[in-house]
Each structure stands twice: as structure tokens, then as C-alpha cells.
Design a protein. Structure first.
Length: 327
């Protein structure tokens, strides 16, 4: 994770694209201006401009369309670059190489006066932050259904993906990132046995490389399969400065409980700064998909606001900074 060369390379490459597109744009604008010049003005211009062919409405249309298209491309490229930069922001130092199951937020419910003061110092808005996490995907049907529902309700979550699933379903993987969710590493093959360092490296690095290749995101979040912390995987991840992300609320959705039972369990274990474990893959997750509307509606009612795991870490950091200022 310390090797940032590919990102820097990609960054400079994208600027080359932007500069090239802008050059093309200015070229288009100049040609459009030239072809639109009235003839009495053209006589005052340089001989080379006088020799240009007369204006032609259909040519102008083509030029305007080309210039609009190039402009849109530049804007889209910049937006994508901005998103990737945001997603690749390094995690706060206090989480690098550490294992955690929730974050500590000292004062999540604020009075109006506190909120106004927080806004002035850049603290994020009021509400009890909680992070929904989905493991073991991408999975046909279920991941798409989860994404559809999250999009409809403007909820952002974190997806701990399995490398071999990513290889099989690259389009779903790209969709996760394109829709603004955080993506994280859940090994290549999702096994529980003991790993030597080379085996652990292969499980984690291969997955990270594929995620990067498909989405441009260098994830620094890892969750070990089964939450097993002592089989060599978490140790390797910590050594590579990943944050090892566990959970504070377990839906136990893999036990095939009813959707009501899933909801009740999460509501019982939900807390400000908490991390909720759900599954969008690894088996039949119809119950999880069914439970999702119940979970989200009830948590919203209780004053929770949904954030990604990277946002949750940033909140703890800001909260600590605020406490330090107060203290
Ligand atoms: Zn898993």
C-alpha cells in the first residue's frame, strides 16, 4: 500500500488527457470563430484566415457538436478523477495497521447551537453515524438488489468483496464504486485455514490488484473471512498498514433467520459509531435483501445516519480534534 507510483502515474496521465482535450476544445472554438466570421471582418484578417473556406451551417453544427462532446468528456474525466482521489484518500494514521469494530464518537447527538458551531469548524452534520457493511459479494442478483435499494434511499455502504467473485462479476464490482460506496478487501478465496505469509500475501494482494485494475481504488480496508484474526491473514494485512475492520452489530443473516429477526438483532446491537455486518453474497441472501428496508427505515427513525467505513474513521479523527480543541 505504500507504493503510490501507479496512482501518481495515473494522475499525471489523466492530466495529459485533460490538457489534450482542452487543446482540442480551443482548436474547435477557434475554427468555429473563424468559420463564423463575417466577410467584411475577414478582409482585415491575416491572409491565411482570408483563404479559409466560407462559412457552412452544417460544418458549424458538426464543430459545435464536437466541441460539446469534448467538453462533456473533460468534465466527466475530471469528476471521475476527483472521485478516485477522494476514494484513495489515505486512512487516518491511528487506524493504519490496527483492528477495530467500531469508532468512538463523543457527542453524536448535538443541540442546534452545537451544530452551528460544528459547521463553522467543519465538523460533519448531526446524527448518529453507523456503517452498513456487506460481505462476500459481488453476487448475482443480490448485490444488484442491495445496490438498487441503497441508491433509492441515498444510503452509502461498504462492500467487502471476495477476489474470485470480483473476477467473475467485474461489472457489478464497478457499479459498487460508481455508485459511491466504499470497496474493501475480503481475500481472494474466502477460506478459514491457516496461512503462511506468502499465502496470506497472495490472498490479499491479488484481490487488491484486481480491485485497483477494475475501479482505480487502492483499498486499505481488510476484513478476514469469518472474522478470524489469528490465521495469518489479519497479521499480513496489519503489516501492510491496512485497517482490519470487524463489526459491532452482527445480523447473523447467514443463519437464515427471518427478515424480522435480522432487523430486531441489528436494532438491538446498533450504536453510534457502530459497524453492521450483513452479507450480499456467499449463499442465498434473499432474507438480507428483504430485511434491508426494515433495517434502514427503523435506524433512520432512531436518528442514525449512514456513512461508509472510511467516513466513520474520518469522523472519529475529527471528533478527537474537536475534543482536543475544547480540552
Ligand atoms: Zn465473509
Amino acid at each position: 500500500m505504500a507504493d503510490r507510483h501507479p496512482f501518481i502515474k495515473q494522475h499525471s496521465l489523466s492530466w495529459v488527457v485533460v490538457v489534450a482535450a482542452l487543446t482540442f476544445l480551443s482548436g474547435c472554438t477557434l475554427s468555429a470563430a473563424r468559420s463564423a466570421s463575417p466577410r467584411h471582418l475577414a478582409s482585415n484578417m491575416t491572409p491565411s484566415l482570408n483563404q479559409l473556406p466560407s462559412s457552412n451551417p452544417s460544418e458549424e453544427k458538426v464543430l459545435v457538436a464536437q466541441s460539446n462532446q469534448a467538453y462533456k468528456k473533460v468534465v466527466a474525466k475530471l469528476a471521475q478523477q476527483q472521485k478516485i482521489t477522494k476514494l484513495n484518500k489515505p486512512i487516518p494514521a491511528q487506524f493504519q495497521g490496527k483492528t477495530f469494530k467500531n469508532v468512538k464518537i463523543n457527542n453524536p447527538i448535538k443541540t442546534v447551537a452545537q451544530e452551528a458551531s460544528d459547521k463553522r469548524i467543519g465538523q460533519s452534520a448531526v446524527g448518529k453515524p453507523i456503517a452498513l457493511t456487506f460481505d462476500d459479494g459481488p453476487w448475482p442478483n443480490t448485490t444488484g438488489q442491495v445496490l438498487d435499494f441503497l441508491k433509492k434511499n441515498n444510503v452509502k455502504a461498504t462492500f467487502f468483496v471476495v477476489g474470485r467473485q470480483v473476477q467473475q462479476y467485474p461489472q457489478i464490482t464497478k457499479r459498487i464504486v460508481n455508485e459511491g460506496h466504499a470497496i474493501a478487501n475480503h481475500t481472494w478465496s474466502h477460506q478459514y485455514h491457516r496461512y503462511n505469509p506468502a499465502g496470506a500475501a497472495s490472498e490479499i494482494d491479488k484481490t487488491a490488484q484486481l480491485i485497483y485494475k477494475l475501479t482505480g481504488v487502492k483499498t486499505n480496508l481488510f476484513r478476514p473471512p469469518g472474522g478470524i484474526l489469528n490465521n495469518g491473514l489479519a497479521a499480513y494485512a496489519q503489516q501492510k498498514k491496512y485497517a482490519v475492520v470487524m463489526w459491532s452489530a452482527d445480523s447473523l443473516d447467514w443463519r437464515h433467520n427471518s427478515s424480522q429477526a435480522l432487523r430486531d438483532r441489528i436494532l438491538k446491537e446498533a450504536s453510534a459509531g457502530g459497524i453492521v455486518l450483513l452479507h450480499d453474497g456467499g449463499g442465498n441472501r434473499a432474507k438480507t435483501v428483504q430485511a434491508l428496508p426494515l433495517i434502514i427505515a427503523e435506524l433512520k427513525k432512531r436518528g442514525y445516519k449512514f456513512v461508509t467505513v472510511p467516513e466513520l474513521m474520518e469522523m472519529q479523527e475529527k471528533d478527537q480534534e474537536m475534543m482536543a480543541r475544547k480540552g
